[in-house]
Design a protein around this ligand. Structure first.
Ligand code: SAH
Length: 376
């Protein structure tokens, strides 16, 4: 798969020669510690401090001997990506422009709701898929994000929301960050290894401790990796379907030419762990006169028959120069009604953070792909 080639790999961070521990699991930390001849349990302790408590200064790791803390600080750092700009929407949505060690940028969005708060996390800088209605799709893939950059987005959100548990407040009752959706920039299944490494740390009870039940991974339909996503991560699956005929889907989601609708739905039917309590979410962007007719809705119902599913209707979010219009409210309602009558919940997603270009499909960074044979 070209997307996992070295050309798109994240750079190894080595700012001042010290290695970053963020992104490493217990085994990774233990391996890094081996050269200092530290016992295994030190790695476990540090894991908890970094991901469970959000501590970035070794001096604050109080159950480790002072002298050992100093040796660690000589050799390692605990660094998350920086935030170059934070934007707040009038509806409470936040968008953070995340600055990576090599100067590239991605976007992370926090969407507060009454009973939960969802963090929308990016997996790549840019994207290869070029879905016609998606702003990120107009940006070439610059590179994959590494585990540190993916888990780092969740950590910096906790920093900004002030939500790290402390000894006094081990569990925060009314959290602002309860759920994660891998729905930011990029195709997470084209960066599966790094996304999986990061999500394992996020789900770890001594790590960020966000349950797999509260995590949803969204894919445009990378069929060969869908099963692994369910089997190895057990997270919820969202599929960006957006059309019910291959003819239309080939055009608006070009990945369909590689993995057509029938193959995609087969993978959904056998998604490990899909049952009524864990429905598959089908996302469907409502594009005026493209995919929003009553016949399309009936076609959708036929396609997903037998799959425990929910259909999220996303009114198209415009961006500068976009070649589509949002369907009318009446068309969206008519579509939703047909899907609901067939027994599938079909919520219409209210656009959030539109005023700061933070809504679905509006994310785009200024990062550019370096010329292939760049000097240096
Ligand atoms: N590559 C993954 C992750 C992106 S998730 C995927 O395709 O699923 C972002 C979701 O927003 C996808 O369902 C995407 O199709 C949808 N989307 C993209 N652009 C949009 C737009 N302009 N308006 C509404 N939804 C959009």
């Amino acid at each position: 798969m070209p997307m996992t080639s070295d050309r798109f790999a994240p750079p190894t961070p080595a700012a001042d020669g010290r290695d970053n521990l963020v992104g490493l699991d217990r085994d990774g930390i233990a391996a890094a510690f081996a050269e200092l001849s530290l016992p295994r349990f030190r790695a476990n302790q540090v894991f908890k401090w970094i991901y469970g408590r959000g501590v970035s200064d070794f001096a604050d790791m109080t159950d480790i001997a002072k002298e050992t803390r100093a040796r660690l600080a000589d050799r390692f750092v605990v660094a998350r990506p920086g935030v170059s700009r934070a934007m707040a929407s009038i509806d409470g949505t936040h968008k953070w422009l995340v600055r990576l060690a090599d100067g590239n940028e991605v976007e992370t969005v926090h969407i507060p709701e009454e009973d939960r708060g969802t963090l929308c996390v990016s997996s790549q800088i840019g994207c290869t898929l070029a879905c016609q209605f998606c702003h990120t799709g107009t940006q070439k893939l610059v590179r994959n994000l590494g585990p540190a950059e993916i888990v780092g987005q969740v950590m910096l959100a906790r920093d900004h929301l002030g939500e790290w548990p402390t000894t006094e407040t081990p569990s925060i009752q009314q959290r602002q960050l309860t759920n994660i959706v891998m729905m930011g920039m990029g195709e997470p299944l084209y960066n599966f290894e790094n996304v999986a490494a990061a999500l394992k740390i996020v789900m770890d009870g001594e790590g960020l401790a966000i349950s797999h039940r509260r995590i949803t991974l969204s894919t445009a339909g990378v069929v060969p990796l869908i099963r692994r996503c369910g089997a190895e991560l057990g997270v919820g699956l969202a599929v960006s379907l957006h059309a019910v005929t291959d003819e239309i889907r080939d055009r608006i989601v070009p990945l369909n030419r590689k993995y057509p609708i029938a193959e995609l739905l087969d993978a959904c039917r056998t998604y490990p762990g899909s049952r009524n309590s864990r429905r598959i979410t089908f996302e469907y962007v409502m594009l005026k006169d493209v995919n929003d007719s009553a016949a399309d809705a009936r076609g959708l119902v036929r396609l997903i028959e037998g799959i425990p599913a929910k259909v999220n209707l996303i009114p198209f979010n415009p961006w500068p120069g976009a070649p589509f219009e949002r369907s009318s409210d009446a068309a969206i309602e008519r579509f939703a009604e047909i899907v609901r009558r067939a027994g599938y919940p079909s919520p219409v997603r209210t656009p959030r953070g539109e005023d700061i270009l933070a809504a679905c499909g509006q994310l785009k960074s200024d990062s550019l792909r370096a010329p292939r044979h760049a000097a240096g």
